[in-house]
Ligand binder design. Structure first.
Ligand SMILES: [Ca+2]
Length: 262
Protein backbone atom coordinates (compact mmCIF):
# COMPACT_ATOMS: atom_id res chain seq x y z
CA UNK A 1 0.00 0.00 0.00
CA UNK A 2 2.74 2.41 1.03
CA UNK A 3 4.63 1.50 -2.13
CA UNK A 4 1.62 2.23 -4.32
CA UNK A 5 1.05 5.59 -2.67
CA UNK A 6 4.71 6.44 -3.14
CA UNK A 7 4.45 5.56 -6.81
CA UNK A 8 1.35 7.71 -7.36
CA UNK A 9 2.99 10.61 -5.55
CA UNK A 10 6.04 10.27 -7.80
CA UNK A 11 3.81 10.29 -10.88
CA UNK A 12 2.01 13.37 -9.57
CA UNK A 13 5.33 15.13 -8.98
CA UNK A 14 6.49 14.25 -12.51
CA UNK A 15 3.19 15.51 -13.93
CA UNK A 16 3.55 18.76 -11.99
CA UNK A 17 7.11 19.27 -13.21
CA UNK A 18 6.01 18.52 -16.77
CA UNK A 19 3.06 20.91 -16.61
CA UNK A 20 5.29 23.65 -15.13
CA UNK A 21 7.71 23.20 -18.01
CA UNK A 22 4.99 23.24 -20.65
CA UNK A 23 3.53 26.32 -18.99
CA UNK A 24 6.82 28.22 -19.18
CA UNK A 25 6.21 29.33 -22.75
CA UNK A 26 9.22 27.68 -24.34
CA UNK A 27 7.43 24.38 -24.97
CA UNK A 28 4.06 25.99 -25.38
CA UNK A 29 2.14 24.01 -27.94
CA UNK A 30 -0.88 23.09 -25.84
CA UNK A 31 -3.64 25.12 -27.38
CA UNK A 32 -5.06 28.50 -28.27
CA UNK A 33 -5.51 31.30 -25.70
CA UNK A 34 -9.32 31.15 -26.00
CA UNK A 35 -12.02 29.44 -28.03
CA UNK A 36 -12.17 32.11 -30.75
CA UNK A 37 -8.93 30.64 -32.16
CA UNK A 38 -10.30 27.08 -32.41
CA UNK A 39 -11.22 27.13 -36.10
CA UNK A 40 -7.62 27.84 -37.04
CA UNK A 41 -6.39 25.07 -34.73
CA UNK A 42 -8.98 22.42 -35.56
CA UNK A 43 -10.32 21.42 -38.95
CA UNK A 44 -13.84 20.34 -37.96
CA UNK A 45 -14.45 23.20 -35.51
CA UNK A 46 -17.54 21.74 -33.81
CA UNK A 47 -18.87 22.98 -30.46
CA UNK A 48 -17.34 21.00 -27.63
CA UNK A 49 -14.60 20.80 -25.02
CA UNK A 50 -11.16 22.07 -26.06
CA UNK A 51 -7.90 22.74 -24.27
CA UNK A 52 -7.03 26.44 -24.07
CA UNK A 53 -4.30 28.44 -22.35
CA UNK A 54 -4.61 32.22 -21.98
CA UNK A 55 -1.40 34.15 -22.52
CA UNK A 56 0.72 34.15 -19.36
CA UNK A 57 -1.45 31.53 -17.65
CA UNK A 58 0.49 28.74 -15.91
CA UNK A 59 -1.26 25.76 -17.49
CA UNK A 60 -3.78 24.74 -20.11
CA UNK A 61 -7.30 23.74 -19.11
CA UNK A 62 -10.51 22.45 -20.65
CA UNK A 63 -13.22 24.86 -21.69
CA UNK A 64 -16.44 24.44 -23.64
CA UNK A 65 -16.32 26.27 -26.96
CA UNK A 66 -19.68 27.30 -28.37
CA UNK A 67 -19.50 27.73 -32.14
CA UNK A 68 -22.30 30.23 -32.64
CA UNK A 69 -23.52 32.05 -35.71
CA UNK A 70 -22.52 35.28 -33.94
CA UNK A 71 -19.03 34.23 -32.87
CA UNK A 72 -17.01 31.52 -31.17
CA UNK A 73 -17.53 31.76 -27.46
CA UNK A 74 -15.68 30.45 -24.40
CA UNK A 75 -18.28 29.27 -21.87
CA UNK A 76 -17.52 30.44 -18.32
CA UNK A 77 -20.68 29.26 -16.56
CA UNK A 78 -23.43 26.73 -17.26
CA UNK A 79 -26.40 25.50 -15.22
CA UNK A 80 -28.94 22.89 -16.31
CA UNK A 81 -29.89 21.22 -13.04
CA UNK A 82 -29.10 20.71 -9.39
CA UNK A 83 -26.51 17.92 -9.53
CA UNK A 84 -23.47 20.22 -9.42
CA UNK A 85 -23.72 22.38 -6.30
CA UNK A 86 -22.72 26.03 -6.64
CA UNK A 87 -22.77 26.76 -2.89
CA UNK A 88 -18.98 26.70 -2.62
CA UNK A 89 -16.10 28.57 -1.02
CA UNK A 90 -13.75 31.21 -2.41
CA UNK A 91 -11.09 28.72 -3.49
CA UNK A 92 -13.63 26.80 -5.58
CA UNK A 93 -14.84 29.93 -7.36
CA UNK A 94 -11.23 31.01 -7.83
CA UNK A 95 -10.13 27.74 -9.45
CA UNK A 96 -13.37 26.53 -11.01
CA UNK A 97 -15.54 23.43 -10.54
CA UNK A 98 -17.96 21.11 -12.32
CA UNK A 99 -17.55 19.64 -15.79
CA UNK A 100 -16.67 21.68 -18.89
CA UNK A 101 -19.06 19.58 -20.99
CA UNK A 102 -21.88 20.09 -18.49
CA UNK A 103 -22.67 22.28 -15.48
CA UNK A 104 -19.64 24.25 -14.31
CA UNK A 105 -17.95 27.47 -13.26
CA UNK A 106 -14.75 27.98 -15.25
CA UNK A 107 -12.95 29.83 -12.45
CA UNK A 108 -12.14 33.47 -11.67
CA UNK A 109 -8.37 33.06 -12.17
CA UNK A 110 -8.97 31.80 -15.70
CA UNK A 111 -11.58 34.42 -16.57
CA UNK A 112 -9.31 37.14 -15.18
CA UNK A 113 -6.32 35.81 -17.16
CA UNK A 114 -8.36 35.77 -20.36
CA UNK A 115 -9.62 39.34 -19.98
CA UNK A 116 -6.67 41.12 -18.37
CA UNK A 117 -4.92 42.23 -21.58
CA UNK A 118 -6.17 45.83 -21.84
CA UNK A 119 -5.49 45.92 -25.60
CA UNK A 120 -8.26 43.34 -26.12
CA UNK A 121 -11.98 43.90 -25.70
CA UNK A 122 -14.38 41.14 -24.65
CA UNK A 123 -18.10 40.67 -24.94
CA UNK A 124 -20.10 38.78 -22.31
CA UNK A 125 -23.29 36.98 -23.30
CA UNK A 126 -25.75 35.69 -20.71
CA UNK A 127 -28.37 33.20 -21.91
CA UNK A 128 -31.41 32.40 -19.78
CA UNK A 129 -34.03 29.68 -20.24
CA UNK A 130 -37.32 29.46 -18.33
CA UNK A 131 -39.52 26.42 -17.57
CA UNK A 132 -42.21 27.57 -20.02
CA UNK A 133 -40.16 27.20 -23.20
CA UNK A 134 -38.99 30.81 -23.31
CA UNK A 135 -35.53 32.31 -23.32
CA UNK A 136 -33.82 35.68 -23.13
CA UNK A 137 -30.30 37.07 -23.31
CA UNK A 138 -28.15 39.93 -22.11
CA UNK A 139 -24.93 41.06 -23.77
CA UNK A 140 -22.30 43.40 -22.35
CA UNK A 141 -19.47 45.04 -24.22
CA UNK A 142 -16.07 45.49 -22.57
CA UNK A 143 -16.43 42.65 -20.07
CA UNK A 144 -13.42 42.32 -17.79
CA UNK A 145 -12.59 40.66 -14.46
CA UNK A 146 -9.72 42.02 -12.34
CA UNK A 147 -7.18 39.85 -10.55
CA UNK A 148 -7.51 38.47 -7.02
CA UNK A 149 -6.11 41.66 -5.44
CA UNK A 150 -9.29 43.40 -6.69
CA UNK A 151 -11.51 40.51 -5.50
CA UNK A 152 -11.97 39.74 -9.20
CA UNK A 153 -13.71 43.06 -9.78
CA UNK A 154 -16.38 43.00 -12.50
CA UNK A 155 -16.36 45.57 -15.33
CA UNK A 156 -19.04 45.69 -17.99
CA UNK A 157 -19.79 48.28 -20.65
CA UNK A 158 -22.81 48.86 -22.85
CA UNK A 159 -25.76 46.48 -22.37
CA UNK A 160 -28.01 45.09 -25.10
CA UNK A 161 -30.49 42.23 -25.10
CA UNK A 162 -33.94 41.05 -24.12
CA UNK A 163 -33.44 40.09 -20.45
CA UNK A 164 -32.75 43.56 -19.07
CA UNK A 165 -29.60 44.87 -17.42
CA UNK A 166 -29.77 43.02 -14.10
CA UNK A 167 -26.08 43.64 -13.42
CA UNK A 168 -26.79 47.37 -13.11
CA UNK A 169 -29.94 46.48 -11.24
CA UNK A 170 -33.70 46.31 -11.21
CA UNK A 171 -33.74 49.04 -8.54
CA UNK A 172 -31.32 51.85 -7.53
CA UNK A 173 -28.24 51.31 -5.39
CA UNK A 174 -27.46 47.72 -6.34
CA UNK A 175 -25.14 48.20 -9.34
CA UNK A 176 -22.83 45.17 -9.55
CA UNK A 177 -20.62 46.77 -12.19
CA UNK A 178 -17.31 47.64 -10.51
CA UNK A 179 -17.89 45.28 -7.57
CA UNK A 180 -15.69 42.49 -6.29
CA UNK A 181 -16.72 38.85 -6.03
CA UNK A 182 -18.11 37.40 -2.79
CA UNK A 183 -18.52 33.92 -1.36
CA UNK A 184 -19.62 32.87 2.13
CA UNK A 185 -15.98 32.84 3.25
CA UNK A 186 -14.94 35.99 1.36
CA UNK A 187 -17.24 38.99 1.78
CA UNK A 188 -16.97 42.13 -0.37
CA UNK A 189 -20.68 42.68 -0.93
CA UNK A 190 -21.12 46.17 0.53
CA UNK A 191 -23.54 44.98 3.25
CA UNK A 192 -22.59 45.90 6.80
CA UNK A 193 -25.49 45.39 7.14
CA UNK A 194 -28.03 45.64 4.32
CA UNK A 195 -31.69 45.96 5.28
CA UNK A 196 -34.45 44.09 3.45
CA UNK A 197 -37.66 45.01 5.24
CA UNK A 198 -37.22 43.76 8.79
CA UNK A 199 -34.25 41.61 7.91
CA UNK A 200 -30.68 42.82 8.31
CA UNK A 201 -27.87 40.87 6.70
CA UNK A 202 -24.12 41.34 6.63
CA UNK A 203 -23.57 38.74 3.94
CA UNK A 204 -25.60 38.34 0.73
CA UNK A 205 -24.50 34.72 0.60
CA UNK A 206 -26.56 34.03 3.77
CA UNK A 207 -29.69 34.39 1.63
CA UNK A 208 -28.59 34.34 -2.00
CA UNK A 209 -25.99 31.58 -1.64
CA UNK A 210 -23.36 30.73 -4.25
CA UNK A 211 -20.70 33.22 -5.29
CA UNK A 212 -21.25 36.42 -7.29
CA UNK A 213 -20.33 40.07 -7.74
CA UNK A 214 -22.84 40.98 -5.05
CA UNK A 215 -23.47 44.67 -4.57
CA UNK A 216 -25.89 45.10 -1.68
CA UNK A 217 -26.95 41.69 -2.98
CA UNK A 218 -28.38 43.13 -6.22
CA UNK A 219 -30.61 41.81 -9.00
CA UNK A 220 -28.41 39.28 -10.78
CA UNK A 221 -27.05 36.00 -9.45
CA UNK A 222 -26.86 32.93 -11.64
CA UNK A 223 -24.83 30.91 -9.11
CA UNK A 224 -27.52 30.38 -6.46
CA UNK A 225 -29.40 27.17 -5.76
CA UNK A 226 -31.10 25.46 -8.70
CA UNK A 227 -34.86 24.79 -8.25
CA UNK A 228 -37.09 22.40 -10.21
CA UNK A 229 -40.17 23.34 -12.25
CA UNK A 230 -43.18 24.32 -10.16
CA UNK A 231 -41.00 25.11 -7.13
CA UNK A 232 -38.83 27.77 -8.74
CA UNK A 233 -40.47 31.07 -7.73
CA UNK A 234 -39.96 32.98 -4.48
CA UNK A 235 -36.68 31.52 -3.25
CA UNK A 236 -34.09 33.99 -1.95
CA UNK A 237 -31.42 31.81 -3.54
CA UNK A 238 -31.99 30.85 -7.15
CA UNK A 239 -30.77 31.48 -10.68
CA UNK A 240 -32.05 35.06 -10.60
CA UNK A 241 -32.04 37.79 -13.24
CA UNK A 242 -34.65 40.09 -11.78
CA UNK A 243 -34.93 42.48 -14.75
CA UNK A 244 -36.08 39.43 -16.75
CA UNK A 245 -38.60 37.95 -14.34
CA UNK A 246 -39.61 39.58 -11.08
CA UNK A 247 -40.33 41.03 -8.62
CA UNK A 248 -41.10 37.59 -7.11
CA UNK A 249 -37.70 36.00 -7.78
CA UNK A 250 -37.93 33.50 -10.64
CA UNK A 251 -35.22 30.84 -10.72
CA UNK A 252 -34.26 29.95 -14.30
CA UNK A 253 -34.33 26.43 -15.69
CA UNK A 254 -30.93 26.88 -17.30
CA UNK A 255 -28.27 29.55 -17.73
CA UNK A 256 -25.07 30.05 -19.67
CA UNK A 257 -22.42 32.75 -19.53
CA UNK A 258 -19.82 33.00 -22.29
CA UNK A 259 -17.29 35.45 -23.67
CA UNK A 260 -15.69 36.27 -27.01
CA UNK A 261 -13.25 38.92 -28.21
CA UNK A 262 -15.01 41.98 -29.66
CA1 LIG B 1 -20.81 42.18 4.01
Amino acid sequence: MGGLLGWSELMLALLLIFSMQTGSGSVNAVGPPDCSYIRTFSSNGASGVYSIQPEGFRFSFEAYCEMGTNGIWTVIQKRTGGAVTFDREWAAYKNGFGFASWDHWLGLEKISAMTKDKSKRWKLRVDLWDFEGGSAYAEYEDFRVGDESTNYRLSVGRYSGTAGDAIRGAYPGVDQNGYGFSTFDHDSDGCNPCLFGDIATNRCTDFNSGGWWYSKCGSANLNGNWHPKGDNIGWSSGLHWLTWKGPAPYSAKATRMMITPM
